[in-house]
Write a new protein. Structure first.
Length: 241
């Protein structure tokens, strides 16, 4: 069997204009893949494509807009791997007592990260190679319930269970998720340093991860032809403590 490689593979990354998704785009392009990125803001897409260079292209798409996703994938055409890192950081739901939970806001909260992911898979499916893969994204808080935030683990866990269902449904296309701990993306760079220290203290690797370190899990899942329905945790060992 040839050594798995991303050379000349077409990789579509929704959420690829910044953070973890941009790092996946950079690392995949460095391995010879042709990458297509999408995110909601045209200017962000253009800036990221310019940084990525000739192996990259991109189009604006809002993953909450099903017709827009259908048009996006129609324009992309045939490709090999879908990576979904689009996220809005739980817009709309504030931590607090359950008695004051705004249920309408709670219902809308997973519109990007869960419903957007499912809609993306739905419209990617007709174009993706049968030898290809789909990799979604959740987060370590799926495994760290906290007082005042009962929905956070539910939404992350929903993605972890969705990949099992999709892996059965879409086989032989493989479907997995990456579960990152704290990763030093642009958003996290805005945190006070003492917050990052507090959040990572006690981990076997007591720091935030680099986006390129998180990206390696996505690259692995694209190339790992016998792996499907799985969760790959990239968290500096946070799961252990
Ligand atoms: N960084 C961490 O520590 C960490 C830890 C655990 C889990 N995660 C999760 O991993 C994912 C990526 O995190 P990140 O740090 O890389 O965040 P990020 O830099 O904010 O990246 C999010 C990406 O999603 C895009 N996006 C947002 N809303 C969108 C929409 N409606 N339609 C299409 N694209 C949209 C953004 O671009 P536009 O603004 O142009 O739309 C951007 O490209 C998020 O779901 C986050 O919750 C992150």
């Amino acid at each position: 069997m040839p050594i798995p490689s991303l050379r000349d593979q077409r990789v579509v990354i929704l959420g690829g204009s910044s953070g973890i998704g941009f790092a996946v785009a950079e690392c995949a392009a460095a391995e010879g893949a042709r990458v297509v990125i999408g995110s909601s803001r045209q200017a962000k897409v253009d800036t990221a494509v310019a940084k990525l260079g000739q192996a990259a292209s991109g189009h604006p798409v809002d993953v909450r807009d099903e017709a827009g996703l259908a048009a996006f994938f129609g324009a992309v055409g045939a490709f090999d791997h879908l990576v979904f890192t689009a996220g809005d950081w739980g817009a709309g739901v504030r931590p607090g007592p359950l008695a004051s939970l705004d249920l309408a806001a709670a219902q809308a909260a997973p519109n990007v990260r869960f419903w957007g992911a499912l809609a993306a898979v739905k419209h990617a499916q007709p174009h993706i190679s049968q030898a290809g893969s789909i990799t979604l994204t959740d987060g370590l808080l799926a495994h760290r319930p906290m007082k005042g935030s009962p929905l956070t683990p539910a939404f992350g866990g929903a993605i972890e269970h969705l990949v099992g269902g999709l892996a059965m449904d879409l086989a032989p296309v493989r479907v997995n998720t990456v579960c990152p701990g704290l990763i030093m993306t642009e958003v996290v760079q805005e945190y006070p340093p003492e917050t990052v220290t507090r959040m990572t203290a006690g981990q076997p690797l007591p720091r935030a991860g680099d986006p390129a370190e998180a990206a390696q899990a996505y690259l692995y899942l694209m190339k790992a032809g016998f792996t499907t329905g799985q969760v790959i945790v990239v968290d500096g060992g946070r799961m252990l403590v």
